[in-house]
Design a binder for this molecule. Structure first.
Ligand SMILES: [Zn+2]
Length: 100
């Protein structure tokens, strides 16, 4: 079975969401575990939240159409409610094989 563009985008999207959760959860745990904020705990939480923001912005450019390389994340992110079946820029079906 060949990997489709949709499979590839879904895999990248899952990886992106996992990395967002993986940076957000430790920040919440550190913040919850320290009743009195210390400079070290604040630095850890701040650093993780900075990573969270950077990853969030990176997600905007991370999911690209493999054919025209334009970002299709805003449309693809809403796929549960408003699924797209083609790239909005080049028109390639996202159910086509990733590699021809
Ligand atoms: Zn495209």
């Amino acid at each position: 079975m060949k990997t489709t563009i949709r499979d590839s985008l879904a895999k990248k999207k899952r990886l992106w969401l996992f990395s967002l959760v993986a940076t957000c959860l430790p920040a919440l745990v550190v913040a919850a575990q320290t009743p009195q904020p210390t400079p070290v705990s604040m630095a850890i939480v701040g650093g993780l939240l900075l990573c969270f923001v950077i990853l969030g912005v990176a997600g905007q450019v991370f999911l690209r159409c493999p054919r025209c390389t334009r970002t299709i994340d805003p449309q693809f992110r809403l796929s549960h409610f408003n699924p797209i079946n083609y790239c909005p820029y080049c028109g390639v079906s996202i159910d086509e094989p990733l590699h021809r």
